[in-house]
Ligand binder design. Structure first.
Ligand SMILES: Nc1nc2c(ncn2[C@@H]2O[C@H](COP(=O)(O)OP(=O)(O)OP(=O)(O)O)[C@@H](O)[C@H]2O)c(=O)[nH]1
Ligand SMILES: [Mg+2]
Length: 200
């Protein structure tokens, strides 16, 4: 049985709901595609909300990740707000080559998160995407780390295009007992994630 069928057959121990948020065009869908299918190609803006499932191994347990990919466009904001509920992990994405996508995190996205996220133990991860475009960078790594610290987020710099640090991002997010230092900057020592045990 392949992993897809295992998921469909509910062959997992825990489930973990992840939400991707951030401005339109920062690369949320590309990031997810890069994690799920090992590929990257140009995508159209997301309409509403999409989701993907991936089964990973964590400490000998099978963890089912359900990753919700929201549209960054403002016209979908009312719809996407309902998807924060019950999230175990939230990934806030910005584009290092577009400062506005970074300032909008403070202006909009962290406020949305505080308003709609119902899980006080939710793990937050700040993702600086498109680091492959280093010559066009507008936001430094230090600025990203400072914002992550301010909002109690983990922090990682990634590229959905080259797939650099994409897998590590999800490993960090779902790491139990503090996880590994690895490529991510562990800014803040989070409590152990509260996984939702499978109910039969
Ligand atoms: N160079 C580079 N381009 C990227 C990267 N990630 C995404 N892109 C490009 O950025 C554009 C927008 O990517 P999307 O993944 O559609 O962005 P999104 O955040 O899902 O946008 P919405 O669905 O509108 O919210 C596409 O042309 C991608 O190919 C990256 O890491 N590096
Ligand atoms: Mg998208």
């Amino acid at each position: 049985m392949n992993s897809k069928n295992e998921v469909l057959g509910s062959n997992y121990d825990y489930s973990f709901k992840v939400l991707l948020i951030g401005d339109s065009g920062v690369g949320k869908s590309s990031f997810l595609l890069s994690f799920i299918s090992n590929s990257s190609h140009d995508l159209s803006p997301t309409i509403g909300v999409d989701f993907k499932i991936k089964l990973i191994n964590r400490g000998g347990k099978r963890l089912k990740l359900t990753i919700w990919d929201t549209a960054g466009q403002e016209r979908f904001r009312t719809l996407t707000s309902s998807y924060y509920r019950g999230a175990h992990g939230i990934i806030l994405v910005y584009d290092v080559t577009r400062r506005e996508s970074f300032t909008n995190l403070s202006k909009t996205w962290t406020k949305e998160l505080d308003r709609y996220c119902t899980n006080p133990d939710c793990i937050k991860m700040l993702v600086a995407n498109k680091v492959d475009r280093e010559s066009e960078r507008e936001v430094t790594k230090e600025e990203g780390m400072a914002l992550a610290k301010e909002h109690d987020c983990l922090f990682i710099e990634c590229s959905a295009k080259t797939r650099a640090n994409v897998k590590q991002c999800f490993q960090e997010l779902t790491a139990k007992n503090g996880g590994t230092q690895s490529a991510g900057e562990r800014i803040y020592a989070h409590k152990e994630p509260i996984y939702k045990a499978k109910t039969i």
